[in-house]
Design a binder for this molecule. Sequence first.
Ligand code: NAD
Length: 505
Amino acid sequence: MTTDTIQVRNPATLQPLAELPVALPADVAAAVALARQAQTHWQSKSFAVRGKILRRLRDLLIDEQERLADILTSESGKPRGEVYGNELFYVCDAIGFWVKNAEKWLSPQKIRPHLFKMKKVLSMHQPLGVIGIISPWNFPLVLTAGDAVPALMAGNAVVIKPSELTPLTALFVAELAQKAGFPENLLQVMIGGSETGEALVDNVDMIAFTGSVDVGRHVMRRAADRLIPVSLELGGKDPLIVLKDADLERAANACVWGALVNSGQVCTSIERVYVEEPIYPIFVDKIVERVKRLRQGQSRDEVELGSMTSEEQFKKVAAQVNDAVAKGAKILTGGRTHPSFSGLYYEPTVLVDVTHEMAIIQEETFGPVIPIMKVKNADEAVQLANDSRYGLDACVFTRDRQKAWQMAQSLHTGTVCINDGLVNYIIPDAPMGGVKDSGFSRRHGAEGIRKYCYQKTIVIDRFGMKNELPWFPSSRKKTAQMRRMINLLWRSGWRNKFRPPRQFR
Ligand code: NAD
């Protein structure tokens, strides 16, 4: 019997929304056991049947989009337009994408052995069993349902532990999944914080973790005790580089949107801007002018920015800005809590005179802040961009495509956008993930579904010989044959191939 509860509140108003019972370790173990039973049944279904049920879920999400938007905006504080534009759009497209491609990427594929022509080799991907998805709060639909779709299409059951700040969206998805005809217990949601997350790691067959670096490390260590696979999608400190020949209008618009969409609470948010010297003043003016025009407010208003979601991050962002200012940075706009609201509203902020010694440049800033630095040239921009423990995404703006391509090779990040920003996440065909402290896994593409599977290889004998050369019994004759064969196959020089190995001379 569970007695602990968590309070969910609206970060825009700080009013309580719900009180939910926490899933204790025993509850999690029981849920995973039930999911395991459901998975056996689900795995036996064809891709077509799984796809049909997922498409039904998509229809229900579209039919229920108003209720979805009510729930999602109230627990996250984001504007309503973002629910449709970023969250629902992504999940609807992802469902279609995985339904279409799962079979192609998971079904048996013939492998032609380069040497062993007398064997037929097939490789396929089979579901791991029960996948645990541990999610952060910044995209309560995308990072729960969106990640569950490929896992389900692969034939797994899924148990989601959403962030304790935004659990209501995932609960709503589970409710719709029931209506869509998902087998009972195939998709479950466990409510709670770290203890519930740890219990999930202790029970499932694979963990897909998205969140902070420190918790990611802890999850991986815990998963190591059970030798279960983990995928880690962690934080970022993504740079945007603007060279002097760039289309400045496009670069400025991409920069402001990329840094401030979802109030800057995106793993691939633009968090550092490096601008080539000659265009620095004009580019800074363009950014400030655009940021000053942005509207901030309640989810139903016609606004670009809502409130932030996490009070902890809200305080961290304010502390980073204050620290930067104390060390010499200048605020060109914003830099304070919005005076008109009681909730977690931090004004969109532009900072200049920042340096790599400041936390605002070194640490992840999960909030609406754009720090801008002047650089001498592209080389310096790349060098500074790489001076980070993170390596998720990077953006380069220039009209010189060749230079952009070279810079993309030198940037130590999992993805690079050229003359674009943050677009990787909405292209499910494009593998996406990080290096260094940003993690190592990939969402999307073949890897984005194969990570929920184990690879199985099947070798079939073609000719049915009674015995094979390496099999028993051993004999000197067989050994000599084997040695001659090695000589013939791999000794360099044609003459040497037919010379008997040294001892036989
Ligand atoms: P967080 O690491 O604090 O929490 C993430 C999840 O882990 C939550 O559900 C939390 O309850 C759970 N958790 C906490 N302690 C745990 C433990 N000991 N064992 C198991 N689970 C535990 O992160 P957050 O503050 O919710 O999210 C913000 C972070 O997420 C940022 O760093 C952001 O960059 C990252 N993020 C990364 C991506 C990506 O794709 N790389 C996407 C979105 C967010």
